[in-house]
Structures are given as structure tokens and as C-alpha cells.
Design a protein around this ligand. Structure first.
Ligand SMILES: NC(=O)c1ccc[n+]([C@@H]2O[C@H](COP(=O)([O-])OP(=O)(O)OC[C@H]3O[C@@H](n4cnc5c(N)ncnc54)[C@H](O)[C@@H]3O)[C@@H](O)[C@H]2O)c1
Ligand SMILES: C[N+](C)(C)CCCC=O
Length: 530
């Protein structure tokens, strides 16, 4: 399914890289990860904080967070949460590197970032393997994530050399100009569904603009971002430009409240986003919020059915459905409801679930046991409220004994859904699609927009006017016509309403990682009022 739709566009334009000999490939995983390519065999021993160009143990590491391998339920490592002292050391390290990096020309920054992109590309399979082991998504998808990651750094490297202000003529030969300047030390806080990619979506524009960064990944997925930090150092950024602190809410709060932090870029849930915004308000810090969603996907009866069905699966089942912009409310024009539903169910049942490191797996394990239970709870409640489970929704136990404690479930399609059901209103963040029939364009738009969220939306139709009319009326930041969940880094991504504000990717992100200085130049004498 994925191979036929988004991948050619994402990948085929890339020239092939020569494959690397085995030893450098293993070394590329970093000294901390003794890795074979098999699920259930990994150990992580080295420190996962990164400061001043090296892996470090936090000076005041507190509580230990267990990190799981979702495919097996094994503990991969225990990571100490960073305290106030470690957070301060990371910020000071970033502050020192900022002085050097911000004085470099855009072209100099471009070269370093291109080298980082090249290294990621070269080590794509190894990084994807780490991501799969720690997140549970299929290796097939993780490779796409890593491709999007290095493309993001390449894109912002390209912009770094052309960041510029304006020249404005004023009367009498006077003039003004603007300078686009970096903000300083930016904090990135990430969610667990796209650990490496989120770190690149934040560090790419931040570093291109001349900022430094301290990044805190989710405590569930602390592993791959440290590799990104090492790659930046190998590529030639000043030591301390990109630092990693590990921890959960308490560490995140210390970062947000640190007086030397100039900006916060957050990806995560709405409730945490509210707290981040409050902390940012107290420090008058600009903030980017990439939050959750419950996005509509509208299928009109004139759509190409084959594409619409593929689009609905793309909109719901990538990364086990743990995707912020998923089109989980699938509105289907009543005329094609039965045909569409039958086909969607048929293809959903064929999705290969299991060991995420196997090449033919298309759905791996959910992030952890509590989250799997939460998703199961939504399905139970949906049934109680009258929805019909058309397929899946139950736990899946793979035959392979080493996977028996992994967090697997069968992707679920719900029929007989109503707009006021919990499964239709709340973000489930799991592989659960709700199908909702509609009759008219006006009606479906009203219903599609009747949500507090506004991250994404999609429409499938062959009618070009209708397609553009519908997306213009959707109150969502990222809209798709005749596809879903493709993510070219050239396009800005971000939400409306409770889904947040600010943008990642595209030129637009530059606005959120820089500030504008205006310079007014007098060419004549001062005409004083006094
Ligand atoms: N819009 C997007 O681009 C996007 C992308 C991915 C995920 N998401 C959203 O993220 C959510 C799932 O991710 P999650 O469960 O990791 O979210 P979460 O809000 O629980 O945690 C996100 C991050 O915030 C940190 N954090 C938690 N409390 C904090 C606090 N008080 N102060 C500072 N930091 C704090 C966490 O440790 C983690 O690193 C979903 O709602 C999903 O839609 C959005
Ligand atoms: C790469 N995707 C599929 C567009 C996901 C973006 C990040 C949201 O969770």
C-alpha cells in the first residue's frame, strides 16, 4: 500500500547511495548501541545526554525512566532524568556555541548542515533501525522518516545562504533596512511518534537561522536523537550547538523556564501545550506549538475509488495510527459508502502486523502498554456508544515467541459512527478509523469543522473546483487533495485552533526561528521638534 502511493514521490528522486561495508555500518550506530539487526537483541549502555559535543551522564540525574522496546516489551535501558544543574549546563553550552555559530555566514552554516544531511543519508538504515527498535514502527516506515529528516536539513541548508532582509527607500535619500537575526538558545521538546524526524524539523530551521538548540525527546524514545547530536558534531557545528537533555515533564519545565532560553518549540499533546504556553508567557518567549488533531478526510462519490481507499489507509494506519495529522474521521458520500467501506475493510485486514524489523511488516507495535490499553479503551467505549467494529481492534499476538509481550493490535475500522461519539470527537492516537456517511458538501463541511482541533484535513474528488472549494472551507492548517499524509519538507506544516500555531517545514518556519531588526538610516540632518 505504502510502496505504491507515497514512496515513489518521497524516494525515487534520490540518487542511490553506494552501500557501506558492514563494519562502518555497525559503528554508525554509535558506541552506545550494541546492535544486531534482530528484534530483541539490543542493549543501550552509553549515556543518552549530549552536551558540549559529547555524550555525558547528567550531573544531577534523578529518577530513572525505563525505556522499552515496543516489539518485545523488553527494557532497553534506564535513563536518568536531567535536573536543574544539567539543564543549566546544557543551556550554557548552547549559549557559548551560539556566539560562534551566529557569527558565521549563511553559506558557512549551509556547508555544515549539508554535511550533516549527507551523514544521515549515509547512515539511514542504521538510524532507521534504532528508531524502529525504540518506537515500534516498521523499518519500512522508519526509513522514510529518516529520508524526510535529512531532506529537511538539506532544505534548510539551502535556505541558510539566502536569508536576507529588505531595503526600503525613504524620503531625502534616507533609507531603512531589515536584518533577519537568530533568537539565541532555542528549546525543542519532542513527542515519541517521530523522534528523529521531529528533532530535524526543529533543528533544521533553528540552526539555519543561526540559533543553538537544547532538545528534549520524549522519555519513551530517547535513543535516536543523541545520534543526531553526534552527527551535527561530526559535520562541524561548534561543540555545544545542539545538546540533548533526557527526562520527562519536570526536565521540560526546567528548560521552558530557563531565563537564557529564547524560544520554545513544542510537539506533543494539547494539555502539555497549554502548560508550555503558560511558561512561555511568563518569560515572554515565542513558542511554536505542534499539537494533536482529529482531522477529517472527505471522500466524494466522484473520487477515484482506488486512490481514495489507499488515501484512507495512509490517513489512519501509518506508525500504528500514532500520527498527529491522521484523517481519523473519514466522511464518505452515502452513494459510495458500502463499496468504499467494503474495500477499506478488505485492505485493512491485509495489513501485515508483526516484527517491525522484518522487511514485509507494515504495522509494528504501539509505543507502550498503557497507550495500547488506552486505545483499547476507546474501542470498547465506541462499541458501548453504538459503533460497529467492522474489522480489527483486538490485541494481536504474533507467533514468534520473542514478540509475545509486545504491544500489538489489529488495525480497526469502525462503522455506524455518529459525530457525538467519543471515538469521533477525541484523538485516539492509534490505528482506529471512524467511517461517517454524508449527503451534501455543505453538510460535510459543517461537520468536518465541528471540532476543537484544526491540524489537517483531506478531500478526494475528481472535481477540481470542488476540491479547492472544500479545502478553502476547511479550518485546518495542512490540507491534502487526492492524497494524505505525504510530507514534502518544502511545505509548511502546522495547525489551526487547538492544534497549535507556528509552522514547521517550508520557508514559513524561518519566521519562527528568527527575529527582525529594522535599521533606519538618516542621510540628511536631524529635524528636531525641540
Ligand atoms: N502537530 C504535530 O506536529 C505533532 C506531531 C507529533 C505528535 N503530536 C501530538 O503529540 C501527542 C503525543 O505525544 P506525547 O504523548 O509525547 O505528548 P505529551 O504532551 O505527553 O509529551 C510531549 C513532550 O512534552 C514533554 N512534557 C510533558 N509535560 C511537560 C511539561 N509540563 N513541561 C514541559 N515538557 C513536558 C514530554 O516529556 C514529551 O517530551 C499527540 O497529541 C499528538 O497528536 C503532534
Ligand atoms: C510525516 N507525517 C506522516 C506527515 C507525520 C508528521 C508528524 C505528526 O505526527
Amino acid at each position: 500500500m505504502l510502496a505504491q502511493s507515497c514512496l515513489p514521490r518521497l524516494l525515487l528522486r534520490l540518487p542511490r547511495l553506494p552501500s557501506l561495508p558492514l563494519l562502518p555500518r555497525l559503528r554508525a550506530l554509535g558506541p552506545g548501541l550494541a546492535m544486531s539487526s534482530a528484534t530483541g537483541t539490543v542493549t543501550v549502555q552509553q549515556p543518552l545526554n549530549y552536551r558540549a559535543g559529547a555524550r555525558v551522564q547528567p550531573t544531577d540525574g534523578g529518577q530513572l525512566e525505563e525505556v522499552f522496546e515496543p516489539a518485545t516489551g523488553r527494557v532497553l535501558c534506564k535513563v536518568p532524568c536531567s535536573g536543574e544543574k544539567e539543564v543549566d549546563l546544557a543551556v550554557q553550552s548552547a549559549k557559548a556555541a551560539f556566539k560562534i555559530w551566529s557569527q558565521m555566514s549563511g553559506m558557512e552554516r549551509c556547508r555544515v548542515m549539508l554535511e550533516a544531511a549527507r551523514i544521515i543519508r549515509e547512515q539511514r538504515d542504521e538510524i532507521a533501525t534504532m528508531e524502529t527498535i525504540n518506537n515500534g514502527k516498521s523499518i519500512f516506515e522508519a526509513r522514510v522518516d529518516i529520508d524526510i529528516s535529512w531532506q529537511c536539513l538539506e532544505y534548510y541548508a539551502g535556505l541558510a545562504g539566502s536569508l536576507a532582509g529588505e531595503h526600503i527607500q525613504l524620503p531625502g535619500g534616507s533609507f531603512g533596512y531589515t536584518r533577519r537575526e537568530p533568537l539565541g538558545v532555542c528549546v525543542g521538546i519532542g513527542a515519541w511518534n517521530y523522534p528523529f524526524q521531529i528533532a530535524c524539523w526543529k533543528s533544521g530551521p533553528a540552526l539555519a537561522c543561526g540559533n543553538a538548540m537544547v532538545f528534549k525527546p520524549s522519555p519513551f524514545t530517547p535513543i535516536s536523537v543523541v545520534r543526531l547530536a553526534e552527527i551535527f558534531t561530526e559535520a562541524g557545528v561548534p561543540k555545544g550547538l545542539f545538546n540533548v537533555v533526557q527526562g520527562g515533564a519536570a526536565t521540560g519545565q526546567l528548560l521552558c523556564q530557563h531565563p537564557d532560553v529564547a524560544k520554545i518549540s513544542f510537539t506533543g499533546s494539547v494539555p502539555t501545550g497549554m502548560k508550555i504556553m503558560e511558561m512561555a508567557a511568563k518569560g515572554i518567549k515565542p513558542v511554536t506549538l505542534e499539537l494533536g488533531g482529529k482531522s477529517p478526510l472527505i471522500i466524494f462519490s466522484d473520487a477515484d475509488l482506488e486512490n481514495a481507499v489507499k488515501g484512507a489507509l495512509m490517513a489512519n494506519f501509518l506508525t500504528q495510527g500514532e500520527v498527529c495529522c491522521n484523517g481519523t474521521r473519514v466522511f464518505v458520500e452515502r452513494k459510495i459508502l458500502d463499496t468504499f467501506t467494503k474495500e477499506v475493510v478488505k485492505r485493512t485486514q491485509k495489513i501485515k502486523i508483526g516484527d517491525p524489523l522484518l522487511e514485509d511488516t507494515r504495522m509494528g507495535a504501539l509505543i507502550n502498554r498503557p497507550h495500547l490499553n488506552r486505545v483499547q479503551g476507546f474501542i470498547k467505549q465506541a462499541k458501548e456508544q453504538g459503533a460497529e467494529v467492522l474489522c480489527g481492534g483486538d490485541l494481536y499476538v504474533p507467533d514468534d515467541p520473542k514478540l509475545k509481550n509486545g504491544y500489538y493490535m489489529r488495525p480497526c475500522v469502525l462503522g455506524n459512527c455518529k459525530d457525538d461519539m467519543t471515538c469521533v470527537k477525541e484523538e485516539i492516537f492509534g490505528p482506529v478509523m471512524a467511517i461517517l456517511p454524508f449527503d451534501t458538501e455543505e453538510e460535510v463541511l459543517e461537520r468536518a469543522n465541528a471540532t476543537k482541533f484544526g491540524l489537517a484535513g483531506g478531500v478526494f474528488t475528481r472535481d477540481i473546483q470542488k476540491a479547492h472549494r472544500v479545502v478553502a472551507a476547511l479550518k485546518a492548517g495542512m490540507c491534502f487533495i487526492n492524497n494524505y499524509n505525504v510530507s514534502p519538507v518544502e511545505l509548511p506544516f502546522g495547525g489551526y485552533k487547538f492544534s497549535g500555531f507556528g509552522r514547521e517545514n517550508g520557508r514559513a518556519a524561518i519566521e519562527y526561528y528568527s527575529q527582525l531588526k529594522t535599521v533606519c538610516v538618516e542621510m540628511g540632518d536631524v529635524e528636531s521638534v525641540f
